[in-house]
Design a binder for this molecule. Structure first.
Ligand code: SF4
Length: 571
């Protein structure tokens, strides 16, 4: 089975804007926070907001203080008047495209038109448009409804923003036959129109369709019904665990699309599940699962640190690199698992398969962290006092950095709140433990500029890898409270930083070889940043790439940074 993911799947502009505004307001801290009704029609987004302390209030009339958000679908004129009276901060997150439909309905009604709204009568947005149109407004939900309209003097047609474009044109044609001079405004938003057009274009290439979105989401329902019109089997789901492997296995090509309020992490999980089903149908599923679990539990981390240390040994000379690399790798594995478990505990919602895996195997992850820490300490006793002391300092620093995840601490909360501190902290830990410490405390090398080439290259590479991972999952991080650089600086700026940082690795290594500091075999390191740049450019055009492939590429870049120069130099 192959899976085609629609490029338009996931958050539309209006939903992203609303979610980002809520996150910004949370940071300002003027709580308590609640939304008047559901912010968007997606239970996972509502759950994630709840995790961040944003509740839902359907009857806020006696409330005071804090911030009340208005949902993307808009509110009626009467509701707005009452809400404006409340003694609290009102943050209107009505999508501007919905706002445009409300404005047009009000204007045309004031001009004396009979405003016909094509939409679902029970939907909040339609109720809001209807109230803007006042007594001259009426709703038609279908072509049949349009044919039953009473005689009107001055009809005007507009639409709910998420309606079916073709049905709108059909209704307009019917009304034109009755009222040739009828005026209209197609207020279906461009995001909805693009989503439907892409779906129609892709339907001819697949045997089945999976549509992901809230059961109460109008635009998700519409996507499913458009796909269903072609006679293809359509599986409409809210979550990845609703997929029925038995029903899906017979299909060779499956199209995955999603509504405008479906978060990227949910789509990615559905894609992962479809790939699992594909594996089960070919019998290779268990191999993929074992491989994925090994990657998610980080068993490769000590091996990566070991080969990087060995490669350094080949280019710098000296002794003890293997033991040092292994001790550093075990310690880094321990830090990684420990902080990952704590980060996953912070939220009851999980955005990624890896987080889900960590939550489901928390004890195993902590046991692995404990054993790898003990392994590192045992090795450290053989590596001398200086090594032991410095690794104790690094451990203390990592523990303090993770402290706010365990217990509130003003100072360390501030440290974690620094944009990109997670990336910077792991970058420093890797460079120090895998490159600097073995060189100065074990290999018996005198300090020189040459000793800085590896740590600087690894720091740039590790930083590029962290940015690469964060850039792939912007939505999940924002909603789930992760503080990453792309969220603070924006995707475009971070893309430039990623490309510059990866290029810096190439520059440092090539200069070191040209200046005769390193043998030519050290150039093998350059394969790592090249892989990252190539993968990023390739994945930029792919919607919701598989989480496993992204992890394999990012950690694979660290692995080849050590393995290729080590193999080339030891030949
Ligand atoms: S689907 Fe369109 S109208 Fe609705 S929230 Fe998104 S951008 Fe706004």
């Amino acid at each position: 089975m192959s899976v085609i993911v629609a490029k338009t799947a996931g958050f539309c502009w209006g939903v992203r804007r609303a979610v980002d505004s809520v996150v910004t307001e949370i940071k300002k801290g003027e709580g308590p926070f609640r939304v008047y009704g559901p912010l968007v029609h997606n239970p996972q987004v509502i759950e994630a907001l709840k995790d961040r302390g944003v509740g839902m209030s359907s009857e806020p009339w006696d409330e005071s203080g804090g911030t009340l958000f208005l949902r993307t679908h808009g509110v009626t004129v009467e509701e707005r008047e009452r809400l404006n009276e409340l003694p609290l901060k009102l943050k209107d997150l009505t999508c501007p495209r919905v706002g445009r439909a409300l404005g047009i309905a009000g204007k045309m009604s004031r001009k004396g038109y009979d405003v016909i709204i094509f939409g679902d009568p029970g939907h909040h947005e339609v109720k809001a448009i209807l109230s803007s149109a006042g007594s001259s407004g009426m709703v038609v939900a279908s072509v049949a409804d349009a044919k039953r309209l009473p005689d009107l003097k001055n009809p005007f047609l507009l639409s709910q923003t998420t309606q079916n474009c073709e049905e709108f044109s059909e209704i307009l044609d019917i009304l034109k036959k009755r009222w040739p001079g009828i005026e209209s405004s197609n207020t279906i938003c461009d995001s909805t129109a693009r989503r439907q057009t892409e779906l129609r274009e892709l339907l001819g290439r697949v045997d089945a369709v999976v549509v992901v979105g809230g059961s109460n989401s109008a635009n998700t329902r519409r996507l499913a019904s458009i796909a269903g019109e072609t006679g293809l089997p359509v599986f409409r789901i809210e979550r990845h665990d609703e997929l029925d492997a038995g029903l899906l296995k017979p299909y060779r090509r499956v199209l995955l699309s999603a509504g405008a309020s479906t978060p990227g992490w949910s789509i990615r999980k559905v894609r992962e599940r479809l790939l699992e089903i594909q594996g089960e149908s070919t019998g290779a599923g268990w191999i993929r699962n074992v491989f994925r679990n090994l990657i998610f539990s980080g068993v490769h981390i000590p091996f990566i640190a070991l080969v990087i240390a060995l490669a350094q040994g080949e280019t710098l000379g000296g002794t003890g690199w293997g033991a040092a690399g292994l001790a550093a790798g075990l310690l880094l594995w321990s830090f990684t698992n420990f902080t990952a478990v704590l980060e996953c505990r912070r939220v009851t919602m999980t955005s990624q398969k890896r987080q889900e895996f960590i939550r489901a195997h928390e004890r195993v992850m902590l046991l692995l962290a404990g054993f790898s820490f003990l392994g590192s300490v045992t090795l450290s006793f053989h590596l001398g006092t200086a090594w032991l002391l410095w690794t104790a300092v690094a451990t203390l620093f990592c523990f303090l950095y993770a402290l706010p995840l365990l217990k509130k601490s003003q100072f360390f909360d501030l440290l974690r709140a620094i944009p990109g501190s997670r990336e910077i902290m792991f970058t420093l830990a890797w460079s120090f433990l895998v490159c600097i410490l073995p060189a100065v405390s074990l290999a018996g090398l005198d300090f020189s500029l040459k000793l800085l080439i590896w740590p600087v290259s690894l720091a740039f590479l590790f930083f590029s890898r962290s940015l690469f991972l964060d850039l792939v999952d912007l939505q999940g991080d924002a909603l789930l409270g992760m503080d990453t650089l792309p969220l603070h600086l924006g995707a475009i700026r971070c893309r430039k930083i990623l490309l510059s940082s990866a290029s810096a690795v190439v520059l440092v290594q090539v200069s070191a070889v040209l200046m005769g500091k390193f043998p030519p075999c050290a150039l093998g390191f350059v394969a790592a940043p090249v892989l990252l740049i190539w993968a990023y450019i390739h994945l930029e055009n792919e919607s919701f790439p598989s989480e496993l492939s992204v992890r394999v590429i990012s950690d694979g870049s660290l692995l080849i940074a050590g393995l290729i120069p080590y193999l080339l130099c030891s030949l």
